[in-house]
Design a binder for this molecule. Structure first.
Ligand SMILES: [Zn+2]
Length: 242
């Protein structure tokens, strides 16, 4: 569906609401009562990565927080409030931090591109870049952005896990899993990066194993092909900082 004007958005909305009501009578009436999502999605603001569409989830099924390059920092009241509401009030069972290959924010951090005010936000990814400088330098330049996309997801999974919200939730015995995923804009597929944490004890091991896997995945002998990555045909370059 190609949108040509703001007015079209309202036309599409009316058509969508009518179709939903035809397909599932009473759908909106039941939504009004409450939301009971099992999932929280922390993703990039990039317009190509819509949480519900990618996962086939309906309205009411996933609680979403998005920002440039799916970052969670302990000074960000917005992200922490969303996580707190999701965990304490909605009682979500799974939180997924979802990066995406070709992320413009990650690319800007890697290449030191000046964007503007957003540079201050992207500084958080530069910190990830600097922490893994040796790994990134050992990875071929053409896949370095995607390696950093995955490293950023691993770091943000840890940032969620060490937040006061999660520390308290696990201390009182609440079951919440935090997952790290990456989305392929080039093929529409989600990859599980294998860094699922379900409590404080599993943190360090899961993080180290994930970084090890990322190193192995993106390293390749000089002039050789990547070791285990997915086919990279039809890859579109990212546009914009998200
Ligand atoms: Zn992005």
């Amino acid at each position: 569906m190609t949108t040509t004007s703001i007015q079209d958005l309202f036309a599409h909305n009316r058509a969508w609401a009518a179709q939903m009501e035809r397909d599932r009578p009473g759908f909106f009436t039941s939504l009004v009562k409450q939301q009971t999502p099992k999932y929280m999605w922390i993703g990039c603001s990039d317009s190509r990565v819509p949480a519900n569409q990618i996962t086939g989830l309906d309205p009411g099924e996933v609680f979403v927080h998005r920002n440039v390059a799916n970052i969670v920092v302990s000074s960000d009241l917005n992200a922490l409030s969303a996580i707190q509401f999701a965990v304490d009030v909605l009682k979500v069972e799974d939180i997924m931090v979802v990066g995406h290959y070709g992320c413009g924010g990650v690319k800007a951090a890697l290449e030191n591109v000046r964007v503007g005010l957003a540079d201050n936000w992207i500084r958080n990814i530069k910190n990830v870049r600097d922490r893994h400088q040796a790994l990134l330098e050992a990875v071929p330049a053409d896949v370095r952005t995607d390696a950093l996309v995955e490293l950023n997801v691993a770091e943000q999974v840890i940032n969620v896990a060490v937040s006061t919200v999660m520390v308290d939730a696990w201390a009182r015995g609440q079951k919440v899993n935090i997952h790290g995923w990456a989305f392929g804009v080039h093929d529409g597929l989600l990859q599980d990066l294998g860094i699922t944490v379900s409590g404080e004890k599993s943190l360090e091991g899961a993080y180290k194993a994930a970084v090890q896997r990322i190193r192995h995945k993106w390293s390749r002998p000089a002039g050789g092909e990547p070791v285990t990555i997915e086919p990279r045909r039809n890859r579109q370059p990212g546009n914009g900082p998200a």
